[in-house]
Design a protein. Structure first.
Length: 156
């Protein structure tokens, strides 16, 4: 058996990543964005309900945005420090704007959680609008000072 190739996200030095928006990889016309909401390996991880709730809210709002036709996927990282957003034909600044608009839409959301029924979700009891809103508030605040130009920080 051949040794598997190292995947791109494992080549980034996670000791230097801070909350922000990064380009994880580009495959033809598809860009994978790393929406890092938490600093890795600091013990401050999203709990499952927060991750799950933000996933429902963000996926719904971003698929209703100006980029709706180009959104391929939005979902959580297993390490519980962020999310991946896959976009076709991405203009990075437009994507950043839509991400910020989506976060603000979640913060301003009133009403029910999207997809919170036994028919729509496999763990529908584990969802909270307020948990999603709190995570979005913190992340949006972090993005206001994010000047990383979509590039991962270099180690020392």
């Amino acid at each position: 058996m051949n040794t598997p190739k190292k995947i791109a996200s494992f080549t980034v030095d996670h000791r230097y990543i801070t909350p922000g928006i990064y380009i994880s990889r580009v495959d033809g016309d598809i860009t994978t964005y790393d929406l890092r909401t938490r600093k890795p390996n600091c013990g401050d991880y999203m709990d499952h309900a927060t991750m799950h709730s933000l996933e429902h809210m963000f996926a719904t709002y971003v698929r209703s945005s100006s980029l709706a036709d180009d959104i391929l996927y939005f979902g959580p990282m297993g390490c519980q420090t962020g999310f991946y957003l896959l976009v076709r034909n991405a203009d990075h600044e437009t994507v950043r704007t839509v991400i910020c608009e989506t976060l603000q839409n979640i913060i301003n959301h009133t009403g029910e959680m999207f997809g919170q029924s036994e028919i729509e979700c496999g763990n529908y009891r584990n969802l909270s609008v307020s948990l999603a809103q709190e995570e979005c508030r913190k992340y949006l605040e972090a993005l206001k000072s994010d000047h990383n130009n979509f590039s991962y920080p270099k180690g020392e």
